[in-house]
Design a binder for this molecule. Sequence first.
Ligand SMILES: NC(=O)c1ccc[n+]([C@@H]2O[C@H](COP(=O)([O-])OP(=O)(O)OC[C@H]3O[C@@H](n4cnc5c(N)ncnc54)[C@H](OP(=O)(O)O)[C@@H]3O)[C@@H](O)[C@H]2O)c1
Length: 195
Amino acid sequence: MRAGHEVVVSNSRGPETLAGLVKELGPRSRAGTPVEAAKAGDMVVVTIPLRNYRQVPVEPLAGKVVMDTNNYYPSRDGQIAELDDESTTTSELLQAHLPQSKVVKAFNHIHAAELTRHGQPPGTGNRRALAIAGDDPEAKAQVARLIDQFGFDTVDAGPLREGWRIQRDTPGYGPRRNAEELRRDLAAARRYGDR
Ligand SMILES: NC(=O)c1ccc[n+]([C@@H]2O[C@H](COP(=O)([O-])OP(=O)(O)OC[C@H]3O[C@@H](n4cnc5c(N)ncnc54)[C@H](OP(=O)(O)O)[C@@H]3O)[C@@H](O)[C@H]2O)c1
């Protein structure tokens, strides 16, 4: 919203439970059901516990850029066989659920509170960088522009299947990194099975 966007937030319990948040966020925000939020957004963020990804509405997100922040924590999400055997990645699961959407993995490796604290203007030396992954180049470019508005450089980790390079337990997951450092971290990442 600070970057000039209007935002519709939703959760699982219903818009009325978000009244306090909307009041705190101010007039550029409103609450809706997940379907209403999905319909309203030009760009939509899915940021829910991964175990619930199949509950994300499919039809209203067709054709849209969907940013996926999700990470896999078996203690929270239960065991997901295709992730345990590393035959897919978290954002590929969401893409399979939303076949007509353009899923871009984004914001999964920065603590939520740092999103509004660590941003700096374009061109700032040692600016923090965030990784993205996705299969649609134009969707990735749109997300990169948004990330720049939020105050961060972007490093392209490649297609969705490369998203594991920034998953939990990889070097780039969590710490503040500039673009050069993040590129190094992505290259140094190892799959669980190769450790
Ligand atoms: N927190 C961070 O700093 C951070 C950073 C990067 C990535 N992530 C990842 O982002 C995801 C979300 O994390 P979080 O910390 O925001 O989790 P969280 O605090 O548990 O919040 C989850 C939100 O998702 C909503 N939700 C759950 N199921 C839903 C559904 N089926 N439809 C609509 N809304 C639903 C919940 O609404 P109700 O409360 O109404 O159920 C709640 O508002 C996770 O995969 C996490 O690993 C988190």
